[in-house]
Design a protein around this ligand. Structure first.
Ligand code: GLU
Length: 370
């Protein structure tokens, strides 16, 4: 098993300290280029790659002459100027491999609010389909303290969950999880593989304050919890060496967190288990057949819309005999769904005044009964 090579969809998270030289505030271009070459090797063999990159504050702060500790608004100002440079550096590095980069700035809401979540997810899916590499960071300039994700470990895990990624690699300044902080405790043992986050494993991260690894092991375990529930394999490894992705692919040391299910199964369990249906769509026989064949649900096949729901809510799907066929996340509100039911997807814009999605429920958002 090589979780990195096997991943169809791979997320790579890079912390500020790897990308930005602490002493000078300059970006470590040579290292970035070696990582870009690794990413290009992945895309060349058909893998989809998303980058979650920190560094906006670290790069921007010096340009504005700011000295730590920074106040929240100073961090935001630093991020505003640093993010441009960060995106440029990624663009340059990947352009050498003829890869197009797309900047995506997310807030907590985009990953946790279901309506926003569908938008962010379809944008990312579209970029990947078109062969671009999305470079994601938190939208630091508008996110205030209470609504910040705060750390990109967790943001990266949320992204992994959102796009059903197969693997996430967190590059850190430590090569994995140890039974205790190896810098302080010479008895600390390395843990190569974790299948379940037991209290014993959680305890290994130590207190948030004294956590080892610059981003802290605690936030990495929070990310691991999200990944395990999303069916995404996650690695913690040292990012410092040149060609850091190739290094772990070739067997370099890292801790793998290995979930028991696949991303698609996990996503379906999530839709099934955690959401109460807010309404019902009744389908004609043709749409019921299309669904049974694994296709998406189009407005044309709907004969009735019951209940009040918003875009992103979970709804039941029934046939004309009221038999439940499945459930899924709906891409239109109940009002809009009523307006477009029975109509062709091509007519949606003329009816609603905006061009929404062709599908009422995308097949990835649909779980069939039984
Ligand atoms: N979004 C922040 C930045 O780009 C970093 C957050 C983190 O490193 O976890 O500077």
């Amino acid at each position: 098993m090589n979780p990195l090579r096997d991943a169809k969809r791979l997320i790579v998270k890079i912390g500020s300290s790897l990308l930005v030289d602490d002493a000078t505030g300059q970006m470590r271009r040579g290292w970035l280029e070696s990582l870009a070459a690794d990413i290009a090797a992945c895309t060349a063999r058909g893998q989809e790659v998303i980058v979650v990159s920190s560094g906006a504050v670290a790069v921007g702060r010096r340009k504005l002459g700011l000295v730590p500790p920074l106040k929240l608004e100073e961090k935001q100002a630093a991020a505003a100027t640093g993010q441009i440079r960060l995106a440029h550096a990624w663009q340059d590095a990947l352009a050498h491999h003829a890869i197009t980069v797309a900047q995506v700035l997310l807030t907590l809401d985009d990953s946790e609010n279901r309506r926003r979540y569908l938008n962010a997810r379809s944008t990312l899916e579209t970029l990947l389909r078109l062969g671009a590499v999305p470079v994601i960071n938190e939208n630091d300039t508008v996110a205030t303290a209470e609504i910040r994700v705060g750390d990109n470990d967790r943001l990266a895990a949320r992204v992994a969950q959102m796009v059903s990624a197969d693997a996430l690699v967190l590059f850190s300044d430590i090569d994995g999880l140890y039974t205790a902080d190896p810098r302080k405790d010479s008895d600390a043992r390395f843990i190569p593989e974790v299948r379940e986050l037991t209290p014993e494993i959680e305890a290994m991260a130590g207190d948030p304050g004294s956590a080892y690894g610059s981003g802290g092991m605690v936030t990495k375990l929070v990310a691991a919890r999200i990944c395990l529930s999303a069916g995404c394999r996650m690695a913690i490894t040292r990012g410092e060496p040149m060609h850091p992705l190739k290094t772990i692919e070739d067997g370099g040391r890292c801790t793998w967190f290995l979930p028991s299910s696949e991303p698609r199964t996990a996503r379906k369990q999530w839709i099934f288990g955690s959401m109460k249906p807010a309404g019902t769509l009744v389908l004609d026989a043709g749409a019921a057949r299309a669904l049974a064949q694994g296709r998406s649900l189009l407005p044309a096949g709907i004969t009735e819309v019951n209940g009040e729901f918003e875009r992103g809510d979970c709804v039941l799907v029934k046939d004309t005999e009221a038999k439940v066929l499945g459930r899924g996340l709906v891409a239109y509100s109940a009002t809009d769904a009523r307006a477009i039911m029975g109509r062709k997807s091509g007519e949606i814009e003329a009816i609603l005044g905006f061009r929404g999605r062709d599908e009422l429920i995308h097949r990835d958002d649909l779980v069939m009964e039984g």
